[in-house]
Every structure is written in C-alpha cells, then in structure tokens.
Write a protein that binds this ligand. Structure first.
Ligand code: FAD
Length: 571
C-alpha cells in the first residue's frame, strides 16, 4: 500500500512560488503519488544556518530583507494550500535555526520523508560543499534528491560546457555573447503551481521546536541578536510580491511607452540620484497600475515605488524573490513586441545587465579560487599593501573625499549603492589610491550590501581593481571630480554627509580647498568637523599606477606573450 510520506522543498535562495521548478516538481510528484487523499504531503523548509545568521557575516539591512522575504514566501505558499489545510495558512513555511546537516536528517526521520527538492548551488564553495554533504546523507537514508538550476538564466555547468571544450569560461562580454548566440534562448519559466495543490503537515514546526530554535514562526532581527540600527534599504520590502511589483514597475517605468527600457544606458545613469518617487508617471501605464494588473491576487497599497536611476532589483535577483528568467522573458517581450527592436542594446542596455550577471556566474562557476587572488587563474598577482588603518578609514567613510565617503555612508545606511558609486569606491581602495587588496573591499561589500552576491561581488571587484576582465589600470576615477559630472550641486554628498550641507557647492567635493572663512561659515572646518583628504590623489594615483605597471610586467615575464583582449567597452 501507499505509506504516507512527505517531500521536503528546501528553500535557500529562490524564495518564490513563481518559476520555481523545485516547488512545482515537488507538488506534481506529490500529486502523482497515490493521488487524491493519499497524495504526499509537502514540507516547505528554510534553515537559518548560524554560519550566515549573524551580524558579522550579514548586515542588518540584508538580514531584514531576508526575513521579509520569508514572511512573504509563507503568505504566498498559503495561496496554494489545499482546502483541508485552511487552518495552516500562517504556518506553511517551517523556519528553523541550525546546520542543515543536523536539521535535515532529523526532519527526514520525523516526517517519514522520501524525497527532497531544492535549487542547486552552482558557484559558492560553501553552498556547493553543503549540498554535496546533504546529497550524500540522503543517499544513505534512501531519500530521493531532486535539484534544479534556476538561479540563473542557464544551468551554469551546461553553459560552461558550451563555452569551450575544456570548460574555460569566456573572459570578455563579446566572447560570452557568441557563446549565447550558439546556445539559444534560456529555458522558459515553469508555470506557477495551481491553487489547492499544497498539502502540508499541520503544525510541523511544533514537532521541531524542542530541538531547533524558531520552529514556530519567523524570527525577528532582535531574536537573531541583531542590534538593528540601520534598516533603511529604500528599494522596498523583501519578498516576491514586492519584487514582481518592482520588476514590472521597472519595465514600464515612467509610464511613458516603455521609454525607460528603450533608452536604458548604464554608463549614462547617475550614481548620485537618491531613491525618489518617479517623476512624470501617472500616465496610461504607471508602475502602480501595471503592477496591479500583473498581480491580481494581491492588491498593492497605494504607494509609489522609490527609484534610483537604475532598477534596484539586485536584492530580489540575489535572493531569487524575482526569477531572472521571468525578468528576461518579460523584458524580451517588450523589446520585441512593443519596441520592435528600436532600443539600446547589450552590454549597456537593461538586457545587457542581465547578461553581465550571467557572465559573472559562468566565470564564477568555471574558476577555482574565484574569491581569492592566490591560486586564481584569471586574477593578476599584485603585491597589494596590508594597511588596516587605511582600510578602516575607507570602510568608515573617513577618507576625506566627500564623494567616496558619501557612497560608503549610503552602503552602511541603505545597504545599496549605484553601480558607478561602487566603481568609484572600489577603484579608490585598490588601484586608484590606497593600493589595498580587492579581497578586503569585497569582504566589506559582502557584509553590508543587501544584494551581496558571491559571483557578482568578487567578479566586479576583480574588474575594478584591474585584476581580471579589465586591464586599463591607467584609467582612474578622480575621487573629487568624477561625481561632478552627474551632480554639480553635490546634493548626494550633502544628503549622506550632513556635516557638509552648508558648504557652497563650489567646494563640496573638495572642502579642503575652501578658504577658512567659508569653512567657518559652513560650520565645517576641515580637519576638525570633517577629515582632511587621507592622500594626495595626484601623488597616490601615480604611485599606484607605477606599482600596477610593475605587477603587469612581472606577470607578462612569467607568461611570456599571451595578448590580453580586454573588455574595453564600459558597462
Ligand atoms: P540595474 O542596472 O538595474 O541592473 C539590473 C540587474 O542586472 C541587477 O540587479 C543585477 O542583477 C544585474 N547587473 C547589473 N550590473 C551588473 C554587473 N556589473 N555585474 C553583474 N550583474 C549586474 N551586484 C550585485 O547584485 N551584488 C553584488 O554583490 C555586487 N557587487 C559589486 C561590487 C562592485 C565593486 C561593483 C563595481 C559592482 C557590483 N555589483 C554587484 C554589480 C552592480 O553594481 C549591481 O548589480 C547594480 O548596481 C545593482 O543595481 P540595479 O539592480 O539597480 O542594477
């Protein structure tokens, strides 16, 4: 006969019910098993691993976003519940704290689990090893494991196999686009599971609450020991409902015949634009109406989304509260059917941004020691300086360069920065001024960014430090001049560094050049109220270039030959 068994859907990233192959397959299989009342139960599970569940590893902004995403996942799973489970709507997702290798065997035995479904981790060493151990453990317990590649457009192993016979990833966007032209479109999103398709175990959390913390409900930041001072990510709440609303809002942003998508050109977008309400919306298809049309089940509140100059979808793509495939196909539909091919193109268009994400993923997948310099085949070996004091000044927004310090303050407070602000602070820390290793910068970003993503963060840091992908190390951003081009008045700087709010705009990027009288009047004496610049940029950048030159020459000698094709086109 059919022994009543259970399937686990183990959520890690991919915190959504749309385009979630692991969830959809688990529900289909559960239905096939026995059928009708005999069908399998499904236990949606999230494990808060102490490895990342602490303020040192994951900043409060990101943890908050994760907890909001779990809350929303619980609600959205509730919309799939079978009729017999009406009373379990608040308890669809079981969240426990512990190490997966302790939690899973326990859950498997307790609920007579016969199969486990999850999204494959394809790049991060920690996650890959964790998954291998769990798969091994399941084998021993005679439990089926079903995994799916759904965090990226393509299965990364597949993409790598198509990139070259030896599995070497493409090192330029041009080469990557050629690979993509050969492999064709990514797989389409899977249909959302139907209503009435999820049969859960009532109060599953109760049975686990003796051994594991938080089994009843979703913990708060406080529960997790966070001091939670800075919770001001301006890009909206975590969770797929908000994520899809934001995605669709971005696709028709401004409500102006898809003009935003049509003209999206990354290098032209301002790094100094604060999160603000969209101007000029309210026409036929404003983001709010579009979002309302899109999600019939939930009605978003009457509030407009806040936007920087780009989409700020990155936290949703990081946690998989928005499926990148869903984003790709909805964007593709607009480009083809609404704009009929008349729009900006990769690599600087919005589609180009999706491709950059994939580009870094395939490189992360095919490069051992991708997050380090040593032992990393694609990374220049450079003798960076060990300088904890200067690193701390950079990290704590005390460099004395207002543009750099404002950007680092935005990172601390909001957990997000525009791409070009990331460029500026990364260049400053590494090859531009301080000559400190990109690994140190990546660590800070990895903790504080809401969108911190292993493949994207390390890859972009290698790019900016001219350690890989990009080799024009002599092109340095001026820490006092770069932002002027976008924000002459220095509104961005004044917003994040209120100490400079009364400094005349003429001096706001270089307050040390203001006459003492002006500094006094502005209530900001440089060296007292705000630091003096920590380096003389002209001297420091020249010195850095000389060191970079040495490192490149030494590398060339070692390799002898081997022309580098660099990614000259800016992103
Ligand atoms: P949009 O311009 O609206 O782009 C849409 C999406 O495309 C993004 O959400 C992102 O998923 C993807 N994308 C855009 N730019 C890039 C890029 N350069 N590389 C890869 N994917 C991209 N992005 C992260 O998501 N996580 C990180 O940890 C991260 N670390 C970075 C570190 C440095 C030093 C630099 C220079 C960039 C880093 N980026 C990272 C890439 C980029 O800055 C952000 O993805 C982007 O600014 C997020 O804003 P958005 O969603 O508005 O981007």
């Amino acid at each position: 006969g059919n022994e009543a068994t259970t399937s686990i859907v183990w959520f890690r990233k991919g915190l959504r019910i749309h385009d979630n192959p692991a969830l959809s397959e688990a529900l289909i299989d559960a239905k096939n098993f026995g059928g009708g009342d005999e069908s399998k139960k499904v236990l949606p599970l999230f494990i808060l691993d102490p490895w990342f569940c602490n303020e040192k590893s994951v900043g409060a902004n990101r943890m908050n976003f994760l907890l909001q995403s779990l809350t929303n996942l619980n609600e959205n799973l509730g919309s799939l519940l079978s009729i017999e489970n009406v009373n379990d709507a608040n308890n669809c997702l079981t969240v426990v704290q512990g190490k997966p290798k302790d939690v899973l065997p326990n859950v498997i035995k307790k609920f007579n689990v016969s199969s486990v479904y999850f999204e494959k981790e394809q790049v991060e060493p920690f996650g890959k090893q964790r998954d291998e151990e769990i798969i091994e453990m399941c084998k021993k317990l005679n439990v089926d494991v079903n995994t799916y590649a759904s965090h990226t457009l393509y299965d990364q192993e597949f993409l790598l196999s198509k990139a070259s016979a030896k599995g070497i990833p493409p090192s330029t966007m041009g080469a990557f686009q050629k690979v993509l032209a050969n492999v064709g479109e990514p797989p389409s999103p899977v249909p959302e599971p139907p209503k009435n398709s999820l049969r859960v175990i009532p109060n599953a959390g109760d049975a686990l609450s003796k051994e594991f913390k938080y089994a009843n409900g979703i913990p708060t930041l406080e529960d997790l020991g966070y001091k939670a001072k800075s919770l001001s990510f301006k890009g909206g709440k975590g969770g797929e409902t908000e994520g899809l609303r934001r995605m669709r809002g971005a696709l028709c942003r401004g409500g102006d015949g898809y003009k935003y998508v049509q003209e999206f050109d990354k290098p032209q977008s301002s790094p100094c634009q604060l999160f603000a309400k969209e101007k000029g919306s309210g026409k036929a298809l404003n983001p709010f109406e579009m979002a309302k049309k899109a999600s019939s089940s939930s009605s978003p509140k009457e509030e407009s989304l806040l936007w920087p100059s780009t989409t700020a979808l990155s936290p949703h793509l990081k946690f998989g509260t928005v499926s990148v495939r869903q984003f790709y196909f909805e964007l593709q539909d607009i480009l083809k059917n609404e704009l009929k091919g008349k729009h900006t193109n990769p690599p600087t268009s919005l589609m180009g941004q999706i491709l950059w994400r994939e580009f870094y993923y395939v490189n992360a997948c095919g490069t051992p020691n991708y997050d380090k310099m040593v032992g990393n085949r694609i990374c220049k070996q450079i003798k960076w300086k060990h300088d904890p004091e200067n690193l701390a000044k950079w990290e704590n927004a005390q460099t004395g360069f207002p543009w750099i310090d404002a950007a680092m303050t935005q990172l601390k407070e909001e957990g997000w920065m525009h791409h070009l602000a990331r460029h500026a602070v990364a260049c400053f820390l590494t090859r531009g001024d301080l000559f400190i290793s990109w690994e140190e910068g990546a660590r800070v970003f990895d903790r504080d960014l809401v969108d911190a993503d292993w493949a994207l963060n390390n890859g972009n840091w290698m790019w900016l430090s001219a350690s890989s992908f990009f080799y024009q190390y002599f092109r340095v951003y001026g820490p006092h001049s770069f932002a002027k081009k976008y924000d002459k008045e220095g509104a961005y700087v004044k917003h994040f560094l209120p100490v400079l709010k009364d400094m005349p705009s003429k001096y706001v990027y270089e307050p040390w050049t203001a006459p003492l009288e002006v500094q006094k009047k502005a209530g900001c004496i440089v060296g007292v109220d705000y630091p003096k610049p920590m380096v003389d940029h002209a001297i420091a950048s020249k010195q850095c270039m000389a060191w970079m030159n040495e490192a490149y020459a030494a590398g060339k000698e070692k390799k002898s030959g081997g022309e580098e094709k660099s990614n000259k086109k800016a992103k």
